[in-house]
Design a protein around this ligand. Sequence first.
Ligand code: NAD
Length: 366
Amino acid sequence: MSAAPAVAEAATLHVEAGALAGFVRAIVAATGCGPEEAEEVARHLLEANLQGHDSHGIMLVPRYVQHVREGKLHPGAAPTPVRQDASLALFDGNMGYGQHVGRIAMDWAIGAARAHGHAVMGLRNVHHIGRVGTYGEQAAAAGLISVHFVNGVSGPPAVAPFGGSDARLSTNPVCITIPPAREGDAPLVLDFATSAIALGKCRVAFNAGRAVPEGALVDATGQPTTDPGVLYRDTPRGALLSFGAHKGYGLALVCEILAGALLGGATAWRPEMRERGIVNSWLAFVLDPSRFGDPGAFRAELAAVIADVKASPPADPDSPVLVAGEKERITKAQRLAGGVPVDATTWGNLVAAARSLGINDVPVAR
Ligand code: NAD
């Protein structure tokens, strides 16, 4: 196992959430969006930070700015249907902002699932859709269950197949959400990359001069390492590993097939797809739980199942058993109160992106 080189950890600054949202909204608007789209993209990114997923938050903005300049991301684009019937649709995202295009596509799926009990929605050719849980939360807020398979191509592949020694896939996320048992409760939001850790978390660690956890990375010779520099500094590059050995790899492969191949989207094996910025493809299933039987009985059983798992005595008395989505809600409450932590490198990159667009009104970061 090779360890991360000893580098001074970059300072962490804190920025008040509202001020950060306004700053990001201004930057996104300056790339050419209308105010509503800019607000939607900024809100999505900030929510990722608030929930603790910094890899899918404001850190991405300089890359988005660069992709707009390079003609790879099209502000103002909306999804157009490729095929559509009452409960199944395939949309082309026209390489628009994924946070905006994705919300519109999900609105369609929610409407169709309400009308018909279920909907299947495919979206291809869209720029980065961000934190997939956002769309699951959108379905859960409408009282619907949702299941999402997503694949991505953003430059050379980053994840090695189980038993392989070089990268062939992306961090292909899976998300499943279930609406709450009781009005006012939170939904279950299971939402993760199939890599051992999200690629963006390696970038966050690299920017901050930190090591990543063991079991997440191999270097270019296939040896385990905790140094994220193998992805960003070394040539040839190292690779991320899937979570859960062959099981996570299996899910990543299924995402590649169900989202990328089935929908006619970008697949990682095609070198010509790697120069297009960040391209996601996404297959979503949305279900109305009331179509399977008495919704009250389901909600009661859901509450009982959750109460039962949470009643397990914690192995560590300071860490009670959580269910999916809970950790994010705890983190959000902390960050709303204490500010959003941003490492100095990420902050410098964000401010430089803003200045390059003529935005000099920078919020206080301390
Ligand atoms: P992660 O490893 O932090 O796992 C998050 C999931 O695990 C959440 O559902 C969370 O509630 C649950 N969880 C965490 N701790 C828990 C605990 N103690 N008990 C029970 N459940 C717990 O997430 P990740 O893999 O780093 O993914 C981060 C984000 O990156 C996701 O939102 C994902 O959608 C996004 N992503 C997007 C893309 C893309 O191409 N658009 C690619 C990869 C990842």
